[in-house]
Write a protein that binds this ligand. Structure first.
Ligand SMILES: [Zn+2]
Ligand SMILES: [Zn+2]
Length: 141
């Protein structure tokens, strides 16, 4: 993450805990899947998560554990830490393939030249299956 994170959350009480929803705005430094360069990606991520208490508010006694894959804990001091919830939602919002820009040309598979900076001298690789076909055609003739 680069720079500050901005956001807004709203907490509502449910019969079991808290429903927390809101958004964050942040800038991530990602690396391009095509040209491998790093670039800055501003993001706006909306989220909604449930938080359940881990101790009884009045007695302080530990409560039965819950499935932490889907629900986040309110800690023993009755505090809500949003870090993990935000982190998971930002990761979910990331595209599977990150590219620096829509028309990134990537690297030459043969010499590694960044094709955004100009083309290289390499000849396009001939697909092995096509070269077999070419040979067959030549034999026919
Ligand atoms: Zn790129
Ligand atoms: Zn090349």
């Amino acid at each position: 993450m680069i720079g500050p994170i901005d956001g807004h959350v709203r907490m509502r009480r449910t019969n079991q805990g808290l429903l927390v929803d809101g958004w964050v705005e942040l800038t991530l430094e990602l690396s391009c899947n095509r040209c491998l360069k790093t670039f800055e990606q501003p993001m706006h991520v909306d989220f909604e998560e449930q938080f359940y208490p881990t101790v009884d508010v009045i007695s302080g006694m530990p409560l039965d554990p819950f499935d932490e894959d889907e629900i986040f804990p309110i800690d023993a001091h009755h505090e809500v830490d949003l870090t993990e919830a935000v982190r998971q939602n930002v990761l979910l919002a990331l595209p599977m393939v990150t590219i620096c820009r829509e028309d990134c040309k990537g690297l030459c598979p043969q010499c590694g030249q960044d094709l955004n900076l100009g083309s290289c001298e390499c000849k396009p690789e001939v697909d092995a299956r096509l070269s077999v076909l070419k040979q067959l055609l030549q034999n026919e003739m």
